[in-house]
Write a protein that binds this ligand. Structure first.
Ligand code: C5P
Length: 231
């Protein structure tokens, strides 16, 4: 059983690399950022003012709690068909909107929200690491901001995937099909996120992979070798 935890800033290519890595080994894939995005989407849908100078943290915690405990939320951990649903409807695209990207740090910086999501993430990892319906080998790749340090500090493989800021912003802009996603300001989001999670430098025991000068397949090769070494 192999748990792979990958953290890093926005726009580094974490999601695409993590999905490809999980697919390669037949592992499950958990996008923890998608869970924070879904929580934010739900809060906006419930009419919570996330632009307020002092957002109503109690209401946010209560609202997010209901979202997860009352079964409104589901996430597919199949790396070839990743999706997030709310009451059975796909919200995979909606959670990538500029509206969600620009408010997600407000929600993810509230500690009781984090504690709730971290517990849910650990449960997914525990369940999937021992085998999943599509696996050839038992394992999971979890990616986010605190998977190597908080969610799964005992993971067999812990990676900090990083790249220079100009490279990351360019990738984000180039990656987007819509001006909405392109307008996602990764520097501002990283700055806000850095106040609550530590992903700009590697914690002890975490291997840094700087892919500023690597293309997608070179990055994937490096990660594949790291997982093979841990097997
Ligand atoms: O990975 P992604 O860019 O989709 O993450 C969206 C947001 O979710 C981040 O900007 C951050 O606010 C939050 N997040 C987090 N902890 C994680 C993963 C994501 O706080 N483990």
């Amino acid at each position: 059983m192999i748990r792979v935890a990958i953290d890093g800033p926005a726009g580094v290519g974490k999601s695409s690399t993590s999905k490809a890595l999980a697919t390669y080994f037949g592992f499950a894939y958990l996008d923890t950022g998608a869970m924070y995005r879904a929580a934010t989407w739900w809060c906006l849908n419930q009419g919570i003012d996330l632009d307020a100078e002092q957002p109503d943290a109690d209401r946010i915690v209560d609202t997010v709690g209901r979202f997860f405990t009352e079964d409104h939320f589901d996430i597919s951990v199949d790396p070839e068909h990743p999706d997030v649903t709310s009451d059975g409807e796909s919200i995979g695209e909606a959670i990538r909107s500029r509206e969600v990207s620009s408010h997600v740090s407000v929600v993810s910086s509230i500690m009781p929200v984090r504690n709730l999501l971290i517990a849910a993430q650990r449960a997914y990892i525990a369940r999937e690491a021992d085998g999943n319906s599509f696996s050839r080998g038992a394992g999971i790749v979890a990616e986010g901001r605190d998977t190597t340090t908080v969610v799964e500090p005992d993971a067999e493989v812990r990676i900090l995937l990083t790249a220079r800021e100009d490279v990351r912003q360019a990738r984000r802009t180039g990656q987007s099909n819509t001006s909405q996603v392109g307008a996602d300001n990764v520097a501002a989001r990283d700055k806000a996120d850095s106040k609550v999670t530590s992903f700009m430098s590697a914690a002890e025991g975490v291997t840094t992979v700087d892919n500023s000068d690597m293309d997608f397949s070179e990055t994937l090769d490096v990660l594949i070798r790291m997982v093979e070494d841990a097997m």
